[in-house]
Write a protein that binds this ligand. Sequence first.
Ligand code: PEP
Ligand code: MG
Length: 319
Amino acid sequence: AEAAARAAGDRPTVMADGTAVSVYANLGSIADARAAADAGAEGCGLLRTEFLFLDRATAPTEAEQAADYGGVAAALAGKPVVIRLLDVGGDKPAPYLDIAAEENPALGVRGIRVALAQPQILETQLRAILSVADVEHCRIMVPMVASVDEMIAVRTVLDRLRGELGIGPVQLGAMVETPAAAITADLLAAHVDFLSVGSNDLTQYVLAMDRGNPALAAGIDGLHPAVLRLIQSACRGAATRGVPVSVCGGLAADPLAVPILLGLGVRTLSVPPARVPATKALVAALSLAQATAQAEAAVAVDSAGAVRALARRFAEELA
Ligand code: PEP
Ligand code: MG
């Protein structure tokens, strides 16, 4: 029965009108990758490589990293694996990373800023990824991108290492987690193979609300019109160069958000493994015309509450 479920889950997801959508899983370990494969995930849209770096006294070696990335790729048996470069900062304790204490860690040396300031971290991680046996199924994703310059810098290192190791092209993408990246997606699109919206950080940064502050939890909603307009900007900018857009933040796992995201032009949703089956079922029940109408309505109202109200009405009609 499990094999049958897996076979059914392996079918690509199509919307009711035939539009293809990929439903991937967010992973933080090899065990997660096995759970995702069992749940029918069509790939990994976000491997949070931090799991390898935190809670230890020394940095993971290239071989240790390669073993873990290879283990995730093997568990997903040839499906795409988007490996996110290390995304730590002043708020996550990793003493060997040599990041000074900061007054505003969320606005500090974090994400790709760490890797560009300490190039051996970036090189070791890229070498580890390039040494995975299944590298042709691996894609590399850069966190906390704010400027085209950062993508050019990463690509320069990646191309040099590929040359040294004799490895062919590997897709390189940017996360859209800063308002800057969303607003300038057309500029980023010239330098990337894909964009992936990190809605958790994008919401925190555009609303200027700490995502971990419980006093703000009620206000920090990814369906706020400001967030939706940024995602719309990301999709429009990406479309000018035919660059695909995914969403790997928590918004992709919110059933009320899924029709809106698809209507805005998102074609890959990456969700926690446990959310994969329900997300696939929801996508299959929707037509692109319905999703487009939902997105148009959502960007026209004036509050997260109003977006949620119209999304809820639509969900009831669909049920
Ligand atoms: C995000 O910010 O939405 C995201 C996917 O990254 P993380 O949650 O790991 O910061
Ligand atoms: Mg993030």
